[in-house]
Ligand binder design. Sequence first.
Ligand SMILES: *Cc1c(COP(=O)(O)O)cnc(C)c1O
Length: 457
Amino acid sequence: MEHFNTIIEPFRIKSVEAIKFTRREEREAALREAGYNVFRLRAEDVLIDLLTDSGTGAMSAAQWGALMQGDESYAGSRSYFRFRDVVSDLTGYRHVIPTHQGRAAERILFHSVLEAGQIVPNNNHFDTTRANVETEKAEARDLVIPEGRVPSQVHPFKGNIDLAALGRALETEGDRIPLVMVTVTNNAGGGQPVSLENLRGVRRLCDRFAKPFFLDACRFAENAYFIKKREEGQGHRTPREIAREMFSLADGCTMSAKKDGLANIGGFLALNDDAWADRCRNLLILTEGFPTYGGLAGYDLEAVARGLEEVLEESYLRYRIRSTEYLHERLVGAGVPVLQPAGGHAVYLDARALLSHIPPRQYPGISLAGALYLEAGIRGVEIGTVMFGLQPDGTERIPPMDLVRLAIPRRVYTQSHIDYVAEAVIAVAGMKDRLRGYRIAKAPSVLRHFTAIFEPV
Ligand SMILES: *Cc1c(COP(=O)(O)O)cnc(C)c1O
């Protein structure tokens, strides 16, 4: 069978969940009631939900089976040691601290090691990462390579950090930089991978300036597969070997197991530094729980442990990366402006380019996301001026891109679902002149995209 070209879903389906078809009037009413913010819709009223790939994946029969093996002892549970062994075998880090999801790992790390006025460089901070840095009154500085800021530009490792810019920052402002982060893959920059060569460059700079280096590792397996496919001399290695090398170049990581942990909840912070680990564990006890469960049930730890192994299977990664690329290819073929090249977990529609008649301050991404729901029952998410435009001082800045992300949940939708999405996006792009801008009627002062209410201009 290795000589056939069709890439198939590397699983068969054991259990199904019906999805609900709605009428257009129902969707119109639902969207109006949601204040034109798709985060506020009832998931039941969505046909194909591409809001996020976070926690929305299908667990395997082996993971469901592992749930029954969960040891719910408060302290020192067997499930913790199983989880810890899988994480330390993968990452090589000395301390493994479970958390209920990625942002808890971020909050615990940043609250323990950041001071007001300091700077955290990253390729691109994701929204929760940025918010957790800014909450400590520190600066989240994005230093992705220039190619990473241009949606139409193709580059094999568009998530790479600009090493020259990072070097300059360390040189001139190093006393205010307590750690360097790199996000693999670069979610806020389009799910784009970071090369091993780039990670080695970060390691060298961190060695030179004696700074710890942390990975935001949410999609480490997808990043490892891109390295295998695209980086010279890496094609013969397994995704696991590559992932191990990625982790070995850093001193620690924050992780959301809702992504490449193939679980519905969970995360961890892992690191080598004993003093930082002590501080983090003390805060963990205050806000998450005892260090051997960190806000998770024993069965969650089992599901994550199993998921971290399955996610590195090559047949899974081949199908995963190919299904995203397939949707991307169909849209490019129809002339829909999308961020180039295809990301690992999502296709990003370039709303600013498609809806060039809607200025960024009237949120083209909100307009496009709303139209996809109205026309087809598909839910994507704005990644643009609403998500990233609000400054800590309350003013609005225009970020480099206004995108709508269509994130593909892991192992959930089949090829015909994806064909439907492609047809629908192409149809909505064809009626772009009819789409209008929005204004914000009401919004909170942090992470406003989750709950803001909009009205048509
Ligand atoms: C999802 C995500 C996070 C936060 O993880 P949660 O589990 O949602 O709290 C942090 N960084 C990146 C890159 C992410 O994609």
